[in-house]
Ligand binder design. Structure first.
Ligand code: SF4
Length: 395
């Protein structure tokens, strides 16, 4: 019987550590000065918030990376059981998902998101689990779309979804203020797709969702394909062929060792160089680089003008040096890396009277203390156990 619950931890040890230990690596944004300054009163429960070390918009972590992107997991549930994310052996019928009362409410999410925006976030992506399974998620989109940066600009609100119910939701999401959607799709062949999602879900529903998203104005739609050798790598060229000329951008993601349950092995990884070589042999490509330095995908253009594909080389070519993403998990913990093993709890202070200054100080202090670079370390031969599951913090 599998009953896996993520324990709620007290507020980050890293924050307290950063506050109390001047021996930490001098912060680049602080000119090497003593790390943190306390100014806000202690939050309930002995939480020691920090003041942002820099002006809003210039907050940097210990590796000099700004805070720019926030991924919010709105549910730990999913109707798929993709073997690399929520394998059925671990997430079977008796798996205990979080009770609704433990999820952050839309009001709590919006409040935290507003503070992240104040600190530099310019792009918010809703994830899960499957975000469209959270009832009324359109309302949350609407609340987030109303956020404004300190300069008065709107924040881009995007969503990553498995697409299974997108056809029904696309128009309402657009009306609520969603800007773009990324759809996970690992195969075009129906049998391969049903096997990979392990829920017997037909590929036709996802393709209909992609069409509906494009028709609703949620494009250009990005399509993410996780490539696992021996499972769906024979789908690389058929997927490329299908989406060429569609206006959508297909991106190939190297199979990663996310969480602790997906049985990752290096020989399951199809390196991005091989993906590009296989497509190029049929549809010639040329490199065009990244959309921006912090974007995970490197883009390639079809030489005949039929659009672009992207590759996300999380394993073979780590891009941690430019990683500007924070993740707000379903239970209100903040993680600073997809491969993190521990987060900084914001739900407790949120529900116990912390004011915005205190919460801002906690978020800023935690980012200030961030040194995560898991993929880079993996590439150098180091790994670590205890990673939180991707369905909990979003992909
Ligand atoms: S491994 Fe962590 S730090 Fe590196 S790019 Fe991925 S999420 Fe960012």
């Amino acid at each position: 019987m599998s009953k896996r619950r993520i324990p709620i931890v007290p507020v980050s040890a890293a924050i307290a550590e950063a506050a109390g230990q001047p021996s930490l690596t001098p912060h680049p944004a602080d000119g090497g000065a003593a790390p943190a300054r306390r100014s806000a009163p202690a939050a309930p429960g002995g939480i020691e918030p920090l003041s942002p070390a820099t002006a809003p918009g210039a907050l940097l972590d210990r590796l000099g990376r700004p805070l720019r992107d926030l991924r919010i997991s709105v549910t730990d549930r999913c109707n798929f059981r993709c073997t690399y994310c929520m394998p059925r052996e671990q997430f079977g019928p008796d798996h205990e998902f979080m009770p609704h009362s433990e999820l952050l409410s839309f009001e709590e999410i919006s409040r935290v998101a507003a503070l992240f925006v104040k600190l530099g976030v310019r792009s918010i992506r809703l994830t899960g689990g499957e975000p469209l399974l959270r009832r009324g998620v359109e309302k949350l989109v609407e609340m987030l779309a109303a956020l404004r940066t300190p300069e008065g600009e709107p924040v881009e609100i995007a969503m990553t979804t498995n697409g299974s119910v997108l056809a029904r939701k696309a128009a309402a999401l657009k009306a609520a203020g969603l800007a773009r959607v990324t759809v996970s799709l690992d195969a075009l062949d129906d049998a391969v797709f049903r096997a990979m999602n392990d829920a017997d879900w037909p590929v036709a529903d996802v393709l209909a969702g992609i069409d509906a998203a494009a028709a609703a104005g949620l494009g250009p739609v990005k399509i993410n394909m996780v490539v696992k050798r021996g499972t769906n790598d024979d789908q690389i060229v058929p997927m490329a062929r299908h989406f060429r000329g569609s206006g959508h951008t297909l991106r190939f993601i190297e199979f990663m060792d996310v969480g602790a349950t997906n049985g990752w092995r290096m020989d399951h990884v199809v390196p991005s160089t091989e993906v590009i070589r296989r497509i190029d042999a049929v549809f010639p490509l040329e490199p065009i680089g990244r959309d921006d330095p912090a974007a995970p995908a490197e883009n390639w253009r079809y030489r005949d003008g039929a659009g672009e594909v992207g590759v996300i080389s999380s394993v073979t070519r780590a891009f941690c040096a430019d990683c500007t993403r924070a993740r707000l998990a379903t239970d209100g913990r903040v993680f600073h890396c997809l491969f993190a093993s521990d987060g900084h709890d914001l739900r407790w202070p949120l529900r116990n009277g912390a004011d915005d200054d205190q919460l801002t100080g906690m978020i800023a202090g935690a980012w200030w203390a961030r040194a995560d670079r898991y993929s880079q370390l993996r590439g150098e031969g180091g790994t670590r156990d205890g990673r939180v599951e991707m369905s909990f913090i979003g992909g």
